[in-house]
Design a protein around this ligand. Structure first.
Ligand SMILES: [Zn+2]
Length: 218
C-alpha cells in the first residue's frame, strides 16, 4: 500500500449521493471526517452532518467513528413522510371515543383507557394521559386461528411518533416462559406509561389473586 493512498468520497448515508464540488465532481477526502470548510459549505446547503467520534477512529476503513451525512433532499423527503404519518395518526386519534375508563387511581392523574368505534372487537384500548395518546394495549390475537390470547400486548408511542412494543416485566408476564405478553390490560397500560425495569414488582393494585374476579383485567 505504500504507493497508494486511500481516498474517501463523502456521501449521503441514505441515498448514497456523493458530495460534489462546484463543477459537479465528486469530492474526495482522506479521513472519515469532513474538513471544517467542507462541513460549513454542506451545512449551508442543508446537509445534516452528525460528527463522528475522533477517539474511536481506526483509520480510513473504520466505519464507526466517522462523520455521518444526510443530504437536503433526503431530509425533506423524511420530513414529508413524517408529516404524512403524523397526519394519518392524528386523524385516527381524532375518531370519537365510544368508551372511556378512568385509570387515574391506578396510573396517575389524567390517565384514561379509551376505545374508538371498532376497537372493542379488537380488544384494543388507547392509553391516554391528559388527552395525549401515549400508547395502546390490546389482547394478542393468535396467528392462524385468529382467537384472542388472555395476554396483552403493549405499545408505547416514542418521541418519533411511532409505536414500539414494550415487553412485559417478569412479575406481570402472562407466561413464565415468555415476556411477550402482559397478564392484564391495566398492567400493560402501566408498562406503556412507566417503562418499569424487567425485575420490577407488580404494582400494589395488581396483586395476583388466586381466583378470577371481575377485576381480573388488572
Ligand atoms: Zn440523500
Amino acid at each position: 500500500m505504500t504507493s497508494f493512498r486511500t481516498v474517501l468520497v463523502p456521501h449521503c448515508e441514505q441515498c448514497q449521493s456523493a458530495v460534489t464540488d462546484e463543477e459537479g465532481r465528486e469530492v474526495t477526502v482522506t479521513q472519515r471526517w469532513l474538513p471544517d470548510d467542507l462541513h460549513d459549505r454542506l451545512t449551508g446547503q442543508g446537509w445534516q452532518i452528525t460528527r463522528g467520534d475522533r477517539h474511536r477512529n481506526n483509520g480510513v476503513h473504520d466505519t464507526f467513528g466517522g462523520d455521518r451525512l444526510r443530504c437536503a433532499d433526503c431530509l425533506a423527503r423524511n420530513a414529508a413522510k413524517a408529516a404524512a404519518d403524523e397526519a394519518r395518526l392524528k386523524e385516527a386519534f381524532a375518531s370519537p371515543r365510544v368508551k372511556t375508563v378512568d385509570l387515574s387511581a391506578k396510573l396517575g392523574a389524567g390517565v384514561t383507557l379509551s376505545q374508538r368505534d371498532g376497537d372493542a372487537a379488537d380488544h384494543c384500548w388507547l392509553v391516554e394521559q391528559g388527552g395525549a395518546v401515549r400508547g395502546y394495549v390490546q389482547r394478542y390475537r393468535r396467528k392462524g386461528t385468529g382467537t384472542f390470547s388472555t395476554g396483552w400486548e403493549a405499545f408505547y408511542r416514542h418521541t418519533d411518533g411511532y409505536f414500539y412494543r414494550r415487553e412485559a416485566v417478569m412479575s406481570c408476564a402472562n407466561s413464565d416462559r415468555s415476556n411477550y405478553l402482559w397478564s392484564g390490560r391495566d398492567v400493560a397500560a402501566w408498562g406503556v406509561l412507566a417503562n418499569p425495569w424487567s425485575g420490577a414488582d407488580r404494582p400494589d393494585w395488581a396483586r395476583r389473586t388466586t381466583k378470577k374476579t371481575k377485576e381480573s383485567t388488572a
